[in-house]
Structure formats: structure tokens, C-alpha cells
Design a protein around this ligand. Structure first.
Ligand SMILES: Nc1ncnc2c1ncn2[C@@H]1O[C@H](COP(=O)(O)OP(=O)(O)OP(=O)(O)O)[C@@H](O)[C@H]1O
Ligand SMILES: [Mg+2]
Length: 349
């Protein structure tokens, strides 16, 4: 009977990132892929928009509207808003669900979370509509997503360049053996561009423009073709709108220091790791994942700095949630190899 009942419930995989929230629904695939963002009326505390709808308001909001990113550097900083965004998208994902709760939610977490932080992820997911939570360290989800043999005693290095953090992990036998997290990732590169535009062009630009420059003409290494892009903002001396043509070489210079810091963090983790692990990484190469990994030439740049082969994984923005998908589609197989135990609550319709 219980088994029969359980079949009515769905399981989900949630990749709750600083920049993007993705949800995989068992049996269906990725059903939510939206920015982790909410627009709130700060006079009434009413939520006005969530996800993509809220992103459209970025830098275009009246004074009484605040945009909230409920995660900071991969960690929940606004519990209430995290719960709201999870509840909203879980509800939308499960419209076909017979009951309002999910049987199991597998969710990615950074490797360096404290007990309190892990608990707050579990609490947020449970109060947003799941009966049971399985915490999966993000590099493990990524490794499963890119179909690395995670059970085997060979070490692999995953570098996940997200929005708020770059997580560098060496994984083996289903767990992160050693890892390091730095607060330099996609958002920092946007900030670097905003700073450069201020100092070089006396132009104030918003985050969406900086991100567009990064994605369209940014690169980590010099590219053979020259390109430029027009960007609009506010001229600081006059306060008036102004358009500037920005060269790709300029954008590249803006974030040299940041990408060098990523390379240095990889090097120092390798220096501190046991020689057998380093040997494996040398042989297997480094897997570059996360949205920030899509910066043109970042793989080549890191390869040159670290002197280890670096490969960009397929579809770096979705590899973690796809990994969660693989886990929930075949839970008995993966539950045993996941290092952390799921904490359960009884299933209540
Ligand atoms: N083509 C691209 N080139 C460079 N950066 C990109 C590209 N596409 C997306 N990004 C960046 O990827 C980042 C988002 O990546 P991702 O969704 O992996 O982060 P996240 O998982 O939400 O964050 P975190 O893991 O830090 O919590 C953003 O900063 C975005 O600007
Ligand atoms: Mg991430």
C-alpha cells in the first residue's frame, strides 16, 4: 500500500545556485531553468515577480521595488526568500503532481557548508514542499552529470565556475576528498567590467550590460579576431546617457586578475593534495563546469597556468541538475555511494 502511495509522489532534483535555479522532475527532465531572483515591493513586502520575470526588472526598478538574490556565494543569505522561490517553482514544476508534496528532493550544496547551513537548506526545501531531502555535494552531482565513474577509486578534479563562487574539488569514491571555494566567479567578472568602464570611460553601466559584454565579447585569452560592442550607460561627469564602443581586448584586461586568482586557487589545492590524487588529476585532466566556464578561452587559460589538460564539459550550466536527475532516476544505486545520508520525514499527503 505504502509503495503504491509512494508512486503517486514525484521526486525532484534542485540545483539552487547563486545565479540560477534549475529543477529536474523525475520521469520528465529539466522543467525549471530561471534566475535565482525575486522582485519585492518594499512598502508592502509583497513579491511582485520571481525568476525570469524579476530579471527583466534588473536595473529598471522604481525606488519601492527591491530585487533580492536570496543566495550569496552559494549560501542561503535570505531564508524566507529562498523558501518562497523554491515553493513557487516546485509548485510550477509539479502542476501534474497528485499531491502537493514531493517524495524526495535531491539538492546540490557547496562542499564547505557548516552543519547549520546544511540544516537551513534542508529546512527550506522541506517547508517549500518536499517530504525528504537528499543533500548532494555539487561536484558529485556534476561528476555524475558528465558521467564520470564516481564510484571508482580514481581522483578527478572538477572546477565549477558559478555566479557567486568557484568551487574546486577533487573527488574520488563518491565524495569530495578535498576542495576549495573562492568568491571569484561570474558575478565578480561582471563587477570587474563595471569597474573598468568607470575608470576608463567614466561610464556607469548596470549589471545586465556588463554581463552582455562578458558573454558577447569577453575572453580569457587573446582572440584572433577583434570585435567590439556598443554599451549604454550614464556619463559620470555630466550625468547624461552616453554610448561607448568597447573593444574585446579591453574586456579581457578587466578580469585578468580574477581569472588569475582562479588559476592560483587550483594550483594551491593541487600543491596541498596528496601525491596520488595529483597524479590522477594529471592523468585525467580537469573538468570545467558551471556557467562561468563558458567564458571564451577560460579552458585554454587555465591549461596554460596549471599545466594540466582542461576540458569544458558539455552544457556546463545544466550538468549539476542533470546529475541530480540521474541520481533520482536510479536512487537505490546512487544512495549507497553518496557520502551524506538523507534525513527523512514521514510522508504525509
Ligand atoms: N557564455 C558565457 N560566458 C561567460 N559567462 C557566462 C556565460 N553564460 C553564463 N555565464 C555566467 O555564468 C554564471 C552563472 O552560472 P551558474 O548558473 O553555473 O551559477 P550558479 O550555480 O547559479 O552559482 P553558484 O554555483 O555560484 O551558486 C553567471 O555569472 C553568468 O554570467
Ligand atoms: Mg552552481
Amino acid at each position: 500500500m505504502i509503495r503504491l502511495l509512494e508512486n503517486f509522489y514525484r521526486s525532484v532534483g534542485i540545483d539552487l545556485g547563486t545565479a540560477n535555479l534549475l529543477i529536474y522532475l523525475k520521469g520528465q527532465g529539466i522543467v525549471v531553468d530561471e534566475p535565482t531572483l525575486l522582485a519585492v515591493n518594499n512598502r508592502t513586502n509583497q513579491i511582485l515577480a520571481i525568476g525570469e520575470e524579476a530579471k527583466k526588472m534588473l536595473d529598471r526598478t522604481p525606488a519601492h521595488v527591491t530585487l533580492i538574490k536570496p543566495l550569496m556565494n552559494g549560501v542561503i543569505s535570505d531564508f524566507e526568500m529562498t523558501e518562497e522561490i523554491l515553493r513557487y517553482f516546485l509548485k510550477r514544476a509539479g502542476e501534474s503532481n497528485m499531491f502537493s508534496r514531493y517524495k524526495l528532493a535531491a539538492i546540490t550544496i557547496p562542499t564547505n557548508l557548516t552543519e547549520v547551513e546544511r540544516k537551513s537548506v534542508e529546512d527550506a526545501v522541506i517547508s517549500a514542499g518536499a517530504s525528504r531531502v537528499l543533500l548532494v555535494e555539487e561536484p558529485i552531482a556534476t561528476a555524475i552529470g558528465i558521467r564520470l565513474p564516481v564510484e571508482e577509486p580514481t581522483a578527478n578534479m572538477i572546477v565549477n565556475v558559478g555566479g557567486g563562487t568557484t568551487e574546486i574539488s577533487i573527488i574520488s569514491v563518491g565524495g569530495a576528498v578535498t576542495s576549495r571555494s573562492i568568491k571569484i566567479a561570474g558575478q565578480q567578472l561582471n563587477d570587474d567590467i563595471i569597474k573598468l568602464m568607470k575608470s576608463e570611460h567614466k561610464l556607469l553601466i548596470g549589471e545586465p550590460s556588463a554581463e552582455a559584454l562578458k558573454i558577447n565579447i569577453g575572453s580569457a585569452v587573446p582572440l584572433s579576431d577583434r570585435s567590439e560592442m556598443a554599451v549604454r550607460g550614464r556619463d559620470i561627469p555630466t550625468g547624461l546617457p552616453k554610448e561607448v564602443m568597447v573593444k574585446n581586448s579591453h574586456v579581457r584586461i578587466a578580469f585578468q586578475k580574477s581569472i588569475k586568482a582562479i588559476a592560483d586557487a587550483i594550483k594551491s589545492l593541487l600543491e596541498e593534495s596528496p601525491p596520488e590524487l595529483v597524479g590522477d588529476v594529471h592523468e585525467n585532466g580537469i573538468y570545467l563546469a558551471g556557467g562561468g566556464a563558458m567564458l571564451k578561452g577560460l579552458d585554454k587559460f587555465l591549461e596554460k597556468e596549471v599545466l594540466v589538460d582542461v576540458s569544458l564539459v558539455d552544457d556546463p550550466l545544466t550538468c549539476s541538475v542533470r546529475g541530480l536527475g540521474i541520481i533520482i532516476e536510479d536512487l537505490p544505486r546512487y544512495e549507497t555511494i553518496l557520502s551524506n545520508q538523507a534525513r527523512s520525514r514521514p510522508i504525509t499527503p
